[in-house]
Design a binder for this molecule. Sequence first.
Ligand SMILES: Nc1ncnc2c1ncn2[C@@H]1O[C@H](COP(=O)(O)OP(=O)(O)OP(=O)(O)O)[C@@H](O)[C@H]1O
Length: 361
Amino acid sequence: MSVKVDIRHRFDGFSLETQFASEGGVTALFGPSGSGKTSIINALAGLLTPDEGRIEIGGRVLFDSAAGINVPTHKRRVGYVFQEPRLFPHMTARQNFDYGRPRPLITERHDPAIQALGIRHLLDRDVRGLSGGEAQRVSIARALMSNPSILLLDEPLSALDATRKAEVLPYLQALFSEAQIPVFYVSHAMEEVAQLATDLIVLRDGRVARAGAIGDVLADPEAVSDIGVREAGALLRVTVKTRAAGDGLSELATSNGALFLPQVSAAEGAGLRVRIKASDVILSKDRPDRLSALNILKATVTAVHEGQGPGVAVALRAGEDQLVARITRRSARALGLKPGSACYAVIKSVSVAPADMGPTG
Ligand SMILES: Nc1ncnc2c1ncn2[C@@H]1O[C@H](COP(=O)(O)OP(=O)(O)OP(=O)(O)O)[C@@H](O)[C@H]1O
């Protein structure tokens, strides 16, 4: 189901001027604080009326300033998940779902969502006794109960600590992999986005700085400065070959050789996407010998992007996969790197954390 957004809105000191289209899937809205992420999903939900523009979901026009159309929030069929669970206390999860409705809300139609979110055993528990992660899973289920035509999540994991976040992520992955409706996921945490999204919109000062399939945007060396030099990094598609050997490292097969990483929890044979941060890739013209790093992939330079500072972003092709390396301009010159140059990409095993790995979508 397609989503088309073309809106302009002015607040005191901030202007939103955003245009994008999505063909469904899970679209992440990523950007620094104040870049306009929440304003965009509020406009989709009808909680913010843009000064002008148009919003269309699945062929249905929800907002068109020129035509005088502005469908009210309750008629937009939007599921909205906030940073905090916002459940009614003193009630069970089921009572939360049913609140204000003439008949029980849960039907068999909701089984897949209840299953994916793992909340069946929580339905008759008082929500005050739920952990933060459980409560957020219940509130995501509630957002899906009314059969929405779009699901909007605004930083749904940011109020959770790292352990709870890691606990909820697999549920979101399971849910999103089956989602029949477009999902918009607001986050400023790239490790979440890299695991969950199919498409990525990078926002900056109310404008779309980059947009496209997540793999393409993350592999684009020109996007490195928009994403942030610490967070930028391409997604490598791998298959788990052998789970942790005696030394704790698992062997993953890439399209161009083996990768050895620690703490891989996926089963043997599972497909994973692994974010390799640009700052964790070192380049060498010759195959390095007697080096502590285990992961050395033969690669070809496809682009060298010089930014403002001392760093350059080097795009690489390694077999079927793409990588981005951020190295100094001085090193790039010393190595004579240019499109077509053959080199070796060296990736340090311990710098790839479990949070950087997600199933292939
Ligand atoms: N109702 C409002 N009145 C005035 N300014 C607003 C209003 N809502 C948002 N803004 C301003 O618009 C800008 C974008 O805000 P928005 O909440 O959309 O950004 P964001 O990317 O979601 O940020 P964060 O990650 O901090 O939530 C900010 O400068 C904010 O102060």
